[in-house]
Design a protein around this ligand. Structure first.
Ligand code: S3P
Length: 168
């Protein structure tokens, strides 16, 4: 297993904001799989979903992990909310490092993302229903991928970083 720190969890759980703070604190660089894909494709995630479809995006996520397994050392890696849903990604995540699952409630996700337009999966008439449905399906998968599960809905960044530190 490599020595990266991997952050997984539902959209809006705080992977990016926790990752950035962790990166400052530990003086480790951070990689975000969505950003990595956007840079490589020269398109936003929404544009990729629109022009190539979700399945193509999922293949890009696996390709991103495969590259990171070959290159990433001592990094903070934040992964897109749907990435753990592909079975072949589980071994890659494990190989990359210690996996932290940031667990949130559907209500917290809704509050944080209700005005967001960058998550194609939530651009529907009933976003709360979609959040609940996706979360129900994803929670057991996130849990099975995780080395550490952190409840984060009501916690400050300081508390979350403290818990990650203790688990490392
Ligand atoms: C997705 C989550 C997004 C992004 C894409 C699909 C998902 O990343 O990869 O919109 O399926 O949950 P974040 O979890 O960083 O929002």
């Amino acid at each position: 297993m490599k020595d990266n720190i991997i952050l997984i969890g539902f959209m809006g759980c705080g992977k990016t904001s926790v990752g950035i703070r962790l990166s400052y604190k530990r003086r480790q660089t951070m990689i975000d799989t969505d950003k990595w894909i956007e840079k490589k494709q020269k398109k936003t995630v929404s544009e990729i979903f629109e022009t190539c479809g979700e399945e193509a995006f999922r293949r890009m996520e696996t390709q991103c992990l495969e590259e990171l397994v070959g290159t990433a050392e001592r990094q903070i890696i934040s992964v897109g909310g749907g990435l753990p849903m592909r079975k072949e990604n589980h071994a890659l995540l494990k190989e990359l490092g210690k996996v932290f699952y940031l667990k949130v409630t559907p209500e917290a996700v809704y509050e944080r993302l209700k005005d967001d337009t960058t998550r194609p999966l939530l651009q529907v008439e009933d976003p709360m229903g979609r959040i609940r449905e996706l979360m129900e399906r994803r929670t057991p998968v996130y849990e099975s991928c995780a080395d550490v599960i952190l409840e984060v809905s009501d916690k400050s960044f300081e508390e979350i970083l403290g818990e990650i530190d203790r688990a490392l």
